[in-house]
Structures are given as C-alpha cells and as structure tokens.
Design a protein around this ligand. Sequence first.
Ligand code: 5AD
Ligand code: SF4
Length: 480
Amino acid sequence: MQEEPLIEADHLLAESAGQGGIRRVFVKTYGCQMNVYDSERMADALAGEGYRTTESPDDADLLLLNTCHIREKAAEKVYSELGRIRQLKEARAAEGRTLMVGVAGCVAQAEGQEIIRRAPIVDLVIGPQTYHRLPQAIARARSGEKVVETEYAIEDKFDHLPAPDTKIVAARGVTAFLTVQEGCDKFCTFCVVPYTRGSEVSRPVSRIVDEARRLVAGGVREITLLGQNVNAWHGVGDDGREWGLGELLYRLAQMDGLERLRYTTSHPRDMDDGLIAAHRDLEKLMPYLHLPVQSGSDNVLKAMNRRHTSEDYLRLIDRIRQARPDIALSGDFIVGFPGETEDDFEATLRLVDTVRYAQAFSFKYSPRPGTPGADRSDHVPEDVKSRRLERLQSMLRSHQQQFAEQCVGTVMDILLEKPGRKEGQLIGRSPWLQPVIVDAKSSQIGDIVRVRITRAGTNSLFADHWQDIAPIETVRSSTT
Ligand code: 5AD
Ligand code: SF4
C-alpha cells in the first residue's frame, strides 16, 4: 500500500453506557490517510450503537489503537504505546474500574494473536476488513473473551458499516477522505500491504456517489478519494460502461457543493489516458499528484517488482504535465533496498533532480517479515542507508522550499479549513496542498477565497490582500 509517513491523529469518542453512566472511547490513529478514514468509520459504527464524542481522553474506558505496519518503527511504537497503556489499565484496576484495550489496523491484521501474547492487556484485536463487526466484538470482549478478528470477511465491510451521520460529518470539517478502493495486487517486494489489506477491491459507483453526497450535505467541500492503488479503481458506471478512476472523477465533479477533488495513492502503471484527461479537463480536480517511484535505478525498480523503468516514469510525468502544466508532483522513495549500489542511488538523485518534487516522503528500507525483500542476503548496512537518506532528503527539501518560494507573489484560491494558531487567522489549503495562513473570520471556514502569497515559511505559506472570489454558494444540503 502506498502509505503516507506516520501521522497520528487522536479521535475522541464517547460511548453512553446506558446503565451506569458514560463510557468513553479513545481512538489513536497511526499511518496513512486510509487509517484516518477507517477510524472515522469505526466511530460511525460505534455511533450507531449509541456512542458519541467527548473532549476528555483521561476517563476513557475503551482505548482503540488503529495501527500501521508499513515500517518497523510503526509497529514498535504500538508496542511501546501498549506498555504505557498497561500502567493506565493497572491504575484503573486499582480503582476497581476497567479499561478495555483494542488494537485495529494493519499491525492487528499481521500480528493477530501475537499481540495478545506480547501485550496481554489487549482485549480485542481487529483487522481492517472486519470493522463492521466492531460493536459485536466489543460486546464479546466486555464479557471477558479475548477477541481476535482477523479473518478476511466474505461480505463487504462497506455494505455493513453505517453511512456517516450528517451531524458527525459536519463536526469533522470541510475536507474528507472517502475510500473507493482497498487492497493491492502489485506485490512490490518491499511491501507488506498486499498481505495486510488483501487483494484489490473497488467500491461500486453508486456507493461512492451516495457517500460523497452525504459528506457534501454535512458541509464537506473537498474530498480525497483513497485507495492503496486508487488509480486501479474500476467499476460499472451510470452509463453501463466500465469506468476507470478518470470517469469516476468526472461524475463526482458534477456534484454541486463539492468544490475540490483529490485522490491518493497512485501507481505509475495505472495512470491511464482517462485519468490524465481528467487532469486536463476538470477544474475541480486539484493540480497535485502523489505518484511514488521509490527508486531511480532500473536494477532496483526491477528487484522491487515495480514493473516500470525510470524512463517509463519520466515519460509518464511528461504526459501528465502536458495535460496539466501547473501540476505539482509528490513522491515516495526508499533508500537501501537490498542490493542497492552507490550507482543505483545516484540514479535516484538524478531522477529527483529531473522531476523536482513539490513534496516527497523518503525512507530507509525496512525488511518486513514475509515479503521477498526481507529474505535477500544482500542487505545494505544501516550507516550506508542513513547517509543516502540524508543526501536524498537534503535535495528533496531544497526542491520543496524552491517550490514554496515560487508561490510568493502569486494569487491562488485557497479553501479555508480551520482556525490558525493566532486569533483572527485561519489555515487554508492551496491547490497544491500547502497550508496557507491568512487573516479571516471563523465564519468563513468552508469558503474558497482568493489570496496573494506574501511569504513562504518552512511548512506553510502566508497570504494577505485577499478578496472573495465570485460568490460560491455555501451548499450544505443540496447535491446532484
Ligand atoms: N521499507 C521502507 N519503506 C517502505 N515503504 C513501504 N514499505 C516499506 C519498507 N518495507 C514506503 C514506500 C511506500 C510508502 C508508503 O512507504 O515508499 O510508497
Ligand atoms: Fe505496496 Fe507496491 Fe502495492 Fe503500493 S503498489 S501498496 S508499494 S505492493
């Protein structure tokens, strides 16, 4: 799976316990955007059972960790978090109260029973394909059973997860994720995702459109379609023809009130003509594309089973840039894959220098048990990996900074998303996914405004001198 670097988002949910007062649930999310989305859907499943949100984590009586398994450190972080939770659980027990602990996500899927062996305080382990069974699993765990739910369910979890409630959507903000595709059949030799998320499954058009409608009805203005290989999405369209992601984007772009579309993450092999045409034609499709290449060396690409060369990738980027000249590219890189030589690494630097990414994520190769890469005998020493990573990141950082500086003095439309740190400021999002800080009233959250960029900071842009663009109706409930 194409996962973003580790992010952590805390979602606090409250459960009203019926008898005996309030029970609270704390969900901590690791890993990619799909985990953020999954955490929300778990919250939706719990909301259907009477759960509701709270502001206070301290008195949570159910803790859910939604975990990531993409790199070693991510799983280790979960185990150390469980160590801390153990103390909390013991302190609770001393007060005669219980704290239930659940582990969800890709570590749950990969490790299963092993989690309960290593961390006996865990009551419930639930893999990503079984979230619709969460309420029942919690009920079983509450009655004392140690629950491990990691079977790939035959039924589609999305058919059983409740649709997001409009009020809950509204509380989550003006941007949202929407999973359209899950799983991966590519089997890159470094990657654990085909084993943790299973094979590729696309959700049907009607379900996606329904969910997008609900999100827009709850005030969402920007939707990011998610998939481990989102551009491998396919389905039968309204016209009875087989659609690719490009056609799906055309369909969603017709929806009133939905102002911006994005998708992530893509594989270079699945960037077809229809999708490139969507970038050319759809104003609502933001000019930003996360298209990981992993390495610039053909030897390494072959060993990684990426099934394309660096030349294929560069040609593809040329075609995309022809279709949408202002598109910004983002990528993922792995340094120190087994067998990577200094020359291979230099080829990666050359590719980066040619493409000039606006944003990028780079990692040292981390052997994942069960993947072909892990079994190789020619592993690259850690210190070599570290040196290469440093060189690569310094180049990527300088390109990213140059991209931000090129924005200074330009006028762009930003979607105002949330309050800034200072009173009277809001944080918006540029078409190129950069946070933009601007003076604005909180009542303007959800508006798209035209700003002029005055300064580039390290991670965000600063803007002033702005004016409302030709009125965009604030649509809260009407959709196509
Ligand atoms: N080691 C290091 N990085 C990895 N990624 C995936 N698997 C590994 C691994 N075993 C990186 C890839 C992928 C991103 C989400 O994480 O670059 O695109
Ligand atoms: Fe992993 Fe490769 Fe599939 Fe992406 S395409 S999820 S990197 S196996």
